[in-house]
Design a protein around this ligand. Structure first.
Ligand code: ZN
Length: 378
C-alpha cells in the first residue's frame, strides 16, 4: 500500500510551498505573504494539518501586531521522497522528508545503462529502502541528459552518458514502482534543490545561478522563482563558451573555449603531467609545481570569465559554484577573481560566489527535492 500524495487546493499548496522554503513560518506570516484572509488561511491550514503535511510547533510573537501566532513546520515521517542520481556507472539514492532533510543514503554500481535495466534497478532500490521508509510517496530521478516535455510527458530526449534517446523514463519508473516519478537534468535539479533548501534559501531570491565544474561544465538557472530548462531541456550547455580567444584547441576546433582550459582532464593535459590523475595534479599544484599551477591559473581565468558571463546574462541574487572540480577555485582563486572582475567591467557591483562542497549524496537529495517541487507544481 503506497502513500498517495493528496490533491491540494491552491491556497493549501501555496501555503505549504512557503512553509517549505522558509522552514518555519507563523500563520500571520503566511497570510501576509500570500494575501490570504483569516478564513482562507484557516481552511488552507486545516487541509495541510489533516493530511499530515505540516505540524504546529508552538507560537511566536512577531510582526506589527505583536500578537502570538502559531508556528508551522513541514511534518517529518508521514511523507517521504526517494531521490536518485544517475551517473554513467553508479546510482546514488537519498530518502528525504518533506523539508528536504536526508533520512537515508544508499549507493551502488550500475552494471548497465540500458533504460529498462536502470528502471528495474531503481525499483529494487525503492523496495529495499521501503522497509525502513514506508512513507515514500514519489521518486525524483536526476540524470545527466536533456529532459523535455513531449505531448505532456517528460522524456529524456538525449543523454550522452547513458546512451539514451527519447526515453520516457519517469513513466517507466512509475510502471515498476507504482509511485509518482519525475525526471530532470541533474544540474537543473541540483539548482532547484539549492534554491529551496540550500544557498538560495537564505536570500529567498527569485533568481539564482549555479555553475558546476568537473569533467564537464554545467549551468542551472532559476528565473522568476522557477527552474529554467530552455525549450529543449538544454539550458546551460556552457562547456564551449568562448572565454580566452586564441588558446589551445578544445578538440572541436574552438581555440580558447571553456573546454580548452577548465574540465579536469584538460587541466591534467595542460599541466603536461599526462600520466597523472587529476588528484595528483591537484597535489602537484598545491606543492608548488609550476606547470600544474599554470594549468590551474588558466582554468581559473576561464572560470572567472564563465562566471561573469553568467552574471551578465542572469543577474542572479545568488551565484553558486560546485562540482568535483572545485580545487580550481581553491588553487587559482586570485586568477578567478581577477578575471571575474575584469570581465564584469564596466559594471562594478560586487558578486559573491557561494561555494558548495561537492557530494553525490546532495545530487541524490536533489532528486527527492525535484519530486517535492513537482508535486507542489513548483
Ligand atoms: Zn570548445
Amino acid at each position: 500500500m503506497t502513500n498517495a500524495w493528496p490533491v491540494l487546493p491552491d491556497g493549501s499548496r501555496l501555503a505549504l510551498r512557503e512553509i517549505l522554503i522558509h522552514g518555519e513560518l507563523s500563520r500571520a506570516e503566511i497570510a501576509r505573504s500570500l494575501g490570504l484572509s483569516r478564513a482562507s488561511l484557516t481552511r488552507a491550514m486545516r487541509i495541510l494539518v489533516g493530511h499530515g503535511l505540516v505540524v504546529e510547533v508552538g507560537t511566536d510573537v512577531r510582526g506589527a501586531t505583536g500578537r502570538p501566532s502559531e508556528l508551522l513546520h513541514p511534518s517529518s515521517g508521514q511523507w517521504e521522497f526517494l531521490g536518485i542520481k544517475l551517473t554513467k556507472d553508479r546510482l546514488y539514492a537519498a530518502v528525504t522528508d518533506l523539508g528536504g532533510r536526508v533520512l537515508a543514503l544508499h549507493e551502488e554500481s550500475m552494471p548497465t545503462t540500458r533504460a529498462e535495466d536502470v528502471a528495474e534497478q531503481i525499483r529494487a532500490v525503492e523496495e529495499r529502502l521501503r522497509t525502513a521508509h514506508p512513507a515514500m510517496c514519489a521518486i525524483g530521478v536526476s540524470l545527466p541528459g536533456d529532459v523535455r516535455t513531449v505531448g505532456g510527458e517528460a522524456v529524456v530526449a538525449h543523454s550522452l552518458f547513458l546512451g539514451w534517446t527519447d526515453v520516457p523514463f519517469a513513466r517507466m519508473v512509475t510502471e515498476r514502482t507504482g509511485l509518482a516519478a519525475f525526471t530532470a537534468n541533474d544540474v537543473h535539479a541540483l539548482t532547484a534543490k539549492e534554491h529551496w533548501f540550500g544557498a538560495g534559501a537564505a536570500t529567498g531570491g527569485r533568481s539564482m545561478a549555479l555553475v558546476t565544474v568537473g569533467e564537464g561544465l554545467g549551468l542551472g538557472l532559476i528565473a522568476n522563482g522557477q527552474v529554467s530548462t530552455g525549450e529543449h531541456g538544454r539550458l546551460g550547455r556552457i562547456g564551449h563558451l568562448p572565454v580566452l580567444g586564441g588558446g589551445p584547441d578544445c578538440g572541436l576546433g574552438h581555440l580558447g573555449c571553456a573546454s580548452s582550459y577548465l574540465p579536469s582532464p584538460v587541466i591534467v593535459r595542460n599541466s603536461g603531467h599526462t600520466d597523472a590523475t587529476y588528484d595528483e595534479v591537484v597535489e602537484r599544484a598545491r606543492s608548488g609545481d609550476e606547470r600544474a599551477l599554470a594549468a590551474f591559473a588558466d582554468a581559473g581565468r576561464a572560470l572567472g570569465v564563465v562566471l561573469a558571463t553568467v552574471v551578465h546574462i542572469a543577474d542572479p541574487s545568488t551565484l553558486v559554484l560546485t562540482g568535483d572540480g572545485l580545487p580550481v577555485y581553491d588553487i587559482a582563486r586570485s586568477a578567478v577573481d581577477e578575471a571575474l572582475r575584469g570581465a564584469l567591467e564596466p559594471y562594478t557591483e560586487p558578486v559573491t560566489v557561494e561555494v558548495q562542497p561537492f557530494e553525490f549524496s546532495e545530487w541524490a537529495r536533489a532528486g527527492a527535492v525535484l519530486a517535492i517541487r513537482r508535486l507542489l507544481a513548483e
